[in-house]
Design a protein around this ligand. Structure first.
Ligand code: SF4
Length: 500
């Protein structure tokens, strides 16, 4: 966020609050007052990390915020974002939504840069992919060894970064945003009366009172300062937006590439009903991500829609670990059946996706115990058979229930009377985005960009293993996607952070 005269830290806080669903492990905000950048970050939810006092201490006119969901690098304070580095001209703070696939290569570049430079870029406490990009932006020099500004360094560094990235970053004077050539993760530009906002989702613009201007284009970098907004291109656009954003990840009140997420989900439900009808009395959803598709299924099938499950909205990441007794209750912490609604009924249960199948298995059992006569499971995305390397931590390939089992076998494993998934074409058509412009790799294995050898991917690639080496996994569980919560507005100064 760049907004002179506004309380940028508070606005960024509310923007992050709107984006909490995208990352719940840690949160942070960096603010600049024009002469220094101050970063405040900690483990926990946005509301746990910040209070009036901490937000009040973050004064300035530029800010970058982040809520982290780890896909590369452990979930520890050192990996919380925004990342921060000193540069030859001041400092830089950066937040990342996405996950990189050339982390090992970038680590080598940082190591070489650290050897050549004065040591500015050598502080490496973080083990995520993002900090490497920050280090590279901070440490670029010209032919004579003079440090480049962040704006000069970006066109050099960004083309070398591979994978999914929506970056927001800033120096003391300027707010920047950049999106990878495929535009895998969303990033949008909004206007405040007295400034500009960049965010992962349009819903965050709504919450801070900004009007949507346009998407940050794939391969584009924008810069905002008192001279206005500048746009440059660092790569040719080859759009491959993540279709799973429409299925599950994004908020329903967000628009991506001009298409509303809620309407996409309802349409997925309609198409699912046409492709996989069921003889049933009631359609219910696995709340809340399955709700729009269940509504669409009910509409198209003519079977009444009802609320058969009550969700506890307050179950999220908590510092209080459930006891063994509570854990055995499993899914009931989150969902409880409405016996009065479902008893004796033949149910269609609509969910957005199945990863390992454990949740759905417990759900089917719970519905039967509550008196359901039949349970027909319908899924508004196709079987997930491949890992994601671009920011969704599904599971290793071996853990994915659809890897190696037929749909009928999965249905039996869940204990359902029947199971059916939407087709890939049905799902993509529901988004109205051309199939060729969507990443569908976790469903069809067609990755939108080249991937390195498996040992060069993995969440813990940069972390020493027990033998003192480095982790690489045979089937990486998906790298790090940090974040997602990116708003920007102020700039501050020291990397003075609060330890948990
Ligand atoms: S692999 Fe799946 S989850 Fe990952 S970016 Fe592609 S569509 Fe999205």
């Amino acid at each position: 966020m760049w907004a002179p005269g506004e309380e940028v830290a508070k606005l960024t806080y509310f923007g992050l609050y709107a984006l909490q669903h995208r990352g719940q492990e840690s949160a942070g905000i960096a603010v600049s007052n024009g002469s220094q950048i101050l970063v405040f970050k900690d483990m926990g939810l946005v509301s746990q990390v910040f209070d009036e006092t901490s937000l009040g201490s973050l004064r300035g006119h530029i800010a970058v915020g982040h809520a982290r969901y780890s896909t590369t690098g452990a979930s520890v304070w050192e990996n919380a974002q925004p990342t921060f580095r000193a540069t030859g001209h001041g400092s830089i703070a950066l937040g990342h939504n996405g996950n990189l696939v050339n982390t090992a290569e970038l680590a080598e570049l940082v190591a070489a840069q650290s050897t050549e430079s004065s040591g500015r870029a050598t502080r490496v406490a973080a083990t995520n992919d993002t900090d490497l990009v920050t280090a590279l932006l901070a440490g670029q020099t010209d032919e004579d060894g003079r440090p480049l500004t962040v704006e000069q360094a970006a066109p050099v560094v960004l083309p070398q970064v591979k994978g999914a990235f929506s970056f927001v970053f800033m120096d003391e004077h300027t707010l920047y945003a950049a999106r990878d050539a495929q535009g895998v993760r969303p990033l949008v530009l909004g206007r405040l009366e007295r400034g500009w906002v960049v965010a992962s989702e349009t819903s965050a613009l709504d919450i801070v009172g900004a009007s949507f201007i346009r998407e940050v284009e794939p391969g584009e970098m924008i810069a905002v300062d008192e001279e206005g907004l500048r746009s440059t291109r660092f790569a040719e656009a080859k759009p491959k937006g993540c279709v799973f954003e429409y299925v599950y990840l994004a908020r329903p009140d967000t628009d991506i590439a001009g298409r509303n997420v809620y309407l996409s989900r309802v349409e997925m439900g309609r198409k699912l009903a046409a492709e996989a009808p069921a003889d049933a009395d009631l359609v219910i959803a696995t709340p809340e991500s399955g709700t729009p598709a269940a509504i669409g299924y009910a509409e198209a099938s003519g079977i009444p829609y009802g609320s058969g499950l009550v969700k506890n909205s307050y179950v999220g990441r908590t510092f209080i670990q459930p006891s063994q007794t509570i854990r055995q209750l499993g899914i009931r912490l989150k969902l409880n059946p409405l016996k009065e609604v479902i008893s004796g009924k033949r149910l269609v249960v609509v969910d957005d996706s199945i990863v390992r199948g454990n949740t759905q298995r417990a759900l089917v059992r719970m519905l039967r115990e509550a008196g359901a006569a039949e349970v027909h499971v319908r899924i508004s995305s196709p079987p997930i058979k491949w890992p994601c390397f671009f920011g969704i931590d599904f599971a290793t390939r071996a853990e994915l229930i659809a890897n190696g089992l037929t749909v009928d076998e999965i249905g039996k494993s869940l204990g359902a009377d029947s199971l059916a998934y939407i087709s890939i074409d049905g799902m993509t058509e529901a988004t109205t985005i051309p199939k060729s412009q969507l990443c569908r790799a976790c469903f069809d294995g067609e990755y939108p960009m080249p991937l390195p050898d498996p040992e060069l991917l993995g969440k813990h690639l940069r972390e020493p293993d027990a033998a003192g080496g480095r982790h690489g996994t045979e089937q990486p569980s998906v790298p790090d996607v940090d974040g997602v919560g990116t708003l920007t507005a102020g700039v501050g100064g020291t990397d003075a952070l609060r330890r948990p």
